[in-house]
Design a protein around this ligand. Structure first.
Ligand SMILES: Nc1ncnc2c1ncn2[C@@H]1O[C@H](COP(=O)(O)OP(=O)(O)OP(=O)(O)O)[C@@H](O)[C@H]1O
Length: 765
């Protein structure tokens, strides 16, 4: 164990750095097989920060209107400080003793912490069997059977081999440039303006395969560019869609688990599509339903959505359907496939045509066939880039031992006050904790905001923006922010407590050290977290990137006392906040009542919205999802399912039928009831079918080989899926004048031929 002791002054940070990396261009490492050694990440300014030149801004997306401005903790704290100050000066005049001022005095004091008091850091490695010696030294039975280490049985292997597509030349083809991928000029232009000069490994692996229309299951570490990996082929394929008013249709759907992630993905998509005519639409809860309904009427090419709001629109927005979906993407797919989203996902998937292309991505993607079967994938190509590695190369993980649970808050404050002073995301286990800690930080004069599900969507997006813009140094977040969020320059992620699942940990720490940059995670580890700690260390990118940080007992004690002194103040701030909230609520109720009286006729004449799940069902699904997400896992799921079994409705006459058959039967029943003649109803149905927009890039060419179509039905529908449709894209590219995209000329030709060949060979089996 290398031992170098760090002082507070040197803390930021003299960790032995690898040789400086001017632009990563020439740096090679032995284990770099999976990474393109020449790959240069975008080191320009925040690429995704402002929502590009499309004129859409976060503020535009946020619902504006009659909503009152949210209650600000900072305002309450400032108000209280001011009144304290006034009182103090009045007291001074009276000659009485002044009250303690919190943060001003503190910061002075903190700077003066002597070197001896500095936090110590030790390197951890394999040699350290029990790196953070938690509690008594008795050797517990180490059942290292954490989810990530389950041995794969022969049967599993065989199932996977049967489920996934076999590797072929197309999947192995190495691309070290976007040019060799044969992308259209408008896209190449966007990539250049984004500063994406080379594909990241996951992009190099995914784009060619996705362009062939194949289903994909992709896994690569956090911050490695998965968003563009599915966005680029999606946009490329859309460039060859049918054009014209009648052909307008929503052909691509991207599902994401959180609203913030959907907003971010929408931004990235807009940037990539900025030189094309492809239209994107964002459907997330918390933002204006009406605006989204209007946007949907224009039949945007790509819809990015969270599941709940999407279903709301499917049910309630006239004319919006998923009938024309050609590409379905699930970002953070393992989360989406978890039971919390189960009902919603089933409903959405049942509304999409079976012939679609489906792509699943996550940094913690599972290749467990059981999970993936839910998505009715068709021989998906498994693209796991560097599967042995779970954290980014630039990430240094530190662990701080928590001896007594009561010292946890003090440790956090000490670390933030003395060492981690800017661009810090602190993950906490609950919304309540996140809010309380935000109050503590605000009282201590540290610029801070919070991000969790107890806030309005407006507050959530504003907090994120404030953190992105550097207006606040600390973001107190729950796991809502753990996945996918791409915030440039996050220096440190602090885990106030260790999450219950390794995946959750990996996503949290993945908010830093993104896109080839360096970053640090600091996790407070208590006795109960020992197993997770081992798993985390095991998944580090390198042994030298794991360290133990210790906070001297006297420093911890100092902050324990300080927080003890703040207790009353925190309570009072919370009380004031509560009172303000009640006042606001009363005002809102009043306004609601007035509106109801004033606009009664209009309000009651609106068609009633239907809901996919009742509030009760929603709450239950949320509960299961939460339990599973936070580690209750399979047991919680099983318990809930058992309970459900008893309540399950009886099978109706449609159960067991395919979606299409069910629809047909229902239509026939309806016709019977209405006494419509069979021939007439058949004619109506076939006219409707004919009016459906064609698939992306699908020309009149039919599937060349019926054996490659998934089923007879698919073959009849013109080989809609994958290879057939996409081959026709390629086939028609040279000849058709219908194409909007201009081929990139230089350097692309040899590969075009190659891919044409590859495409034919590697069609869906
Ligand atoms: N080809 C590229 N060249 C340079 N930078 C890139 C490239 N592709 C993506 N990036 C940058 O990498 C960062 C991370 O990308 P992205 O958010 O898509 O990662 P991710 O793999 O989806 O991460 P997570 O697993 O956390 O969701 C972004 O800021 C983006 O600007």
């Amino acid at each position: 164990m290398a031992d170098y002791i760090m002082t507070i002054d040197s803390d930021v940070e003299d960790i032995p750095e690898p040789a400086p990396q001017p632009k990563m261009k020439t740096q090679k490492s032995e284990d770099d097989a999976a990474l393109n050694p020449d790959f240069v990440f975008d080191l320009a300014d925040d690429t995704y920060a402002d929502i590009l030149n499309t004129g859409v801004t976060v503020q535009d997306l946020i619902k504006t209107g009659s909503k009152a401005t949210p209650i600000s903790v900072d305002e309450i704290v400032a108000r209280r400080k001011l009144s304290r100050k006034r009182k103090r000066s009045a007291d001074d005049q009276d000659g009485s003793v002044s009250e303690e001022e919190y943060e001003e005095g503190d910061s002075e004091e903190d700077e003066g912490v002597s070197d001896e008091e500095g936090f110590k850091m030790d390197e951890l490695g394999e040699a350290s069997d029990d790196p953070i010696r938690v509690g008594a030294e008795e050797e517990e039975e180490e059942e290292d059977s954490s989810e990530d280490e389950d041995e794969e049985t022969e049967a599993d292997k065989a199932r996977k081999a049967a489920f996934f597509a076999a590797e072929d030349d197309a999947t192995k083809e190495a691309h070290d440039s976007f040019l060799s991928m044969n992308l259209s000029r408008p896209l190449l232009k966007s990539l250049t303006s984004l500063g994406f000069s080379k594909p990241t490994p996951i992009q190099a692996a995914t784009i060619p395969v996705a362009l062939l229309g194949k289903d994909v299951v992709g896994n690569a570490v956090t911050g490695s560019g998965k968003t563009a990996a599915f966005m680029i082929p999606m946009l490329e394929r859309l460039l060859y869609r049918d054009k014209g008013k009648k052909a307008a249709a929503t052909r691509c759907l991207v599902l994401l688990p959180t609203r913030e992630l959907a907003v971010q993905c929408y931004e990235v998509g807009n940037k990539l599509a900025s030189h094309t005519d492809v239209q994107l639409c964002l459907l997330v809860g918390g933002l204006s339903l009406k605006t989204q309904e209007v946007a949907l009427r224009a039949r945007p090419d790509i819809v990015l959505a969270t599941p709940g709001r999407l279903i709301d629109h499917i049910r309630n927005s006239p004319g919006f359907t998923l009938d024309a979906i050609d590409i379905l993407v699930l970002d953070e797919a393992d989360r989406m496939l978890s039971d919390g989203f189960h009902e919603e996902l089933t409903e959405i998937i049942n509304s999409c045509p079976k012939s679609r292309q489906t792509m699943l991505f996550s940094a913690t993607m599972t290749d467990s066939v059981d999970e993936l079967i839910k998505m009715s994938l068709d021989k998906p190509v498994r693209l796991f880039v560097d599967p042995k590695r779970s954290t980014a190369r630039g990430l240094t993980q530190e662990f701080v031992r928590v001896r007594k649970e009561s010292e946890r808050p003090a440790l956090l404050v000490a670390l933030c006050k003395q060492t981690f002073k800017r661009k810090v995301i602190v993950f906490l286990g609950s919304k309540k904790m996140a809010h309380q800690m935000r109050i503590v930080f605000s009282i201590l004069g540290m610029k801070c905001d919070e991000l969790h599900g107890d806030l309005s969507q407006e507050q959530r997006l504003n907090a994120l923006q404030a953190f992105r813009d550097g207006k606040v140094d600390y973001l107190m977040a729950t796991d809502l922010a753990s996945r996918g969020l791409d915030i440039k320059g996050v220096e440190t992620v602090i885990n106030y407590d260790m999450p219950n699942q390794l995946a959750q940990y990996l996503h949290r720490v993945g908010r830093t050290a993104r896109a080839g940059k360096r970053g640090k995670s600091v996790t407070l580890v208590g006795e109960a977290d020992r197993r997770m700690l081992k798993a985390a260390i095991k998944h580090a990118a390198g042994e030298d990137q794991v360290r133990q940080r210790s906070v001297p007992a006297e420093v911890t004690q100092k902050y324990i006392e300080k927080l003890e002194d703040l207790k009353d103040e925190i309570k009072e701030v919370m009380q004031e906040e509560k009172e303000e909230k009640q006042l606001r609520r009363a005002e809102m109720e009043l306004k609601k009542g007035e509106n109801l009286i004033e606009h009664e006729t209009e309000i009651f004449s609106r068609p009633a919205r239907t809901w996919f799940q009742s509030e009760k069902e929603k709450a239950k699904a949320k509960e299961i999802g939460k339990a599973e997400h936070e580690g209750g896992g399979k047991r919680a799921r099983a318990d809930a399912k058992n309970k459900d079994e008893e309540k399950k409705p009886k099978r109706d006459k449609f159960s067991g039928l395919s979606r299409r058959m069910k629809r047909r039967k229902m239509a026939m029943d309806e016709d019977k009831e209405e006494g419509v003649d069979k021939a007439v109803s058949a004619a109506i149905r076939s006219a409707k079918k004919a009016a459906r927009p064609s698939k992306i890039g699908h020309s009149s060419t039919k599937l060349s080989s019926p054996s490659k179509a998934r089923s007879g039905k698919q073959a009849r529908s013109g080989g809609k899926k994958g290879k057939g449709a996409f081959d026709s894209d390629f086939g028609s590219r040279g000849s058709s004048n219908n194409h909007e995209g201009v081929r990139a000329v230089k350097g692309t030709k040899p590969n075009l031929n190659k891919k044409l060949g590859g495409g034919k060979k590697t069609g869906k089996k």
